[in-house]
Design a protein. Sequence first.
Length: 398
Amino acid sequence: MVPAASAAPVPATASRLAGVASSPVREILALTSRPEVISFAGGLPAPELFDIAGIRAAYDAVLEDEPQRALQYSTTEGDPELRTAIAGRLTSRGLPTEADDLLVTTGSQQALTLVSTAVLEPGDVVLVEDPCYLAALQTFAFAGARVVPVPTDDEGVIPEALDEIAARERVKLLYLVPTFQNPTGRTLPATRRTAVAEAAARHGFWIVEDDPYGELRFDGTPMPWIAASPAAADRTVLLGSFSKVMAPGLRLGHLRAPAGLRRACVIAKQAADLHTSTVDQAAAARYLRDSDLDAHVRGMCAAYRERRDALLDGLAQALPAGSRWNRPDGGMFVWATLPEGHDATALLAAAVAHEVAYVPGAPFFAGTPDHGALRLSFTTHAPDEIREGLRRLAKAFA
């Protein structure tokens, strides 16, 4: 036996981890997990709105009718009944889709990881909205990509800036959340969606269109998917999720992609986890067959609209004079900017001391951060709690 004192050191972790930071949002969620804290930090659906009875009934039915199939290994591509149901939902919303166009994933986060694995080589250029969804930045860092931010305004990515960057960079992929974006809640107008599709066709890059929030619309008119644009049909990957409309604990997502890329993602998934949970897929398929998810989503949207309005109505009294914020038509987030001289990261400690929390905006930027920005989620608290949270926030900022 080799004495412990003279044993060779354990090998180091992979170098690709060196440039990947921990998620500040996850760290803030741990910091604010005390029940007395009113948190506007987490992008979490309201747990009291889960259709627990319907989901329980779906699991019971699956385990009663086909327990051996539901508890067995399955195909990587996903449960055929679930893929058929997803295809039907996409088709009904204006994107003709067949079951074979889809791959079921363990949450849409895995879908993004699979696309990155299938498409990106170390050093490849990935364009992102600035600010951008944090976990996407982590994913691209793991892939060794070079992330280049695209400037945005109150309507999202600026097409002229996208075109200028794509003309001088060898872009492999553009990632964006065009509807109720995380972190800003912005929605990309139809004309800009067309411009993005045409830029991808002109410059030859993939588009990853992430749509976890699109069904959570309270106001306005639904926007067409970029994937529905003829200019980008052969180069757009659409990511979807049941986390925000059914339950995040199911960890069920999906990707819709052209055949060649979809097959590459299937192989990458085989190496990752073989397939997504059989019983969870079967239960989701049964839920979609036996329950009315659209009616459930309408109820969620009504509750979230009331919560959004409670947040917006109180921001003028809660934030310092001169602050700005947007009014999203749906989703889960309001994006606010404090006036010059205020640092949202530095002020977070005072907020937590007053038992209220938010997410500073700076970590969401791939380019120069805006230290006055912050993200406020309105979904997980009732209006009265939101109003109390804003009163606490006003004291903290005072």
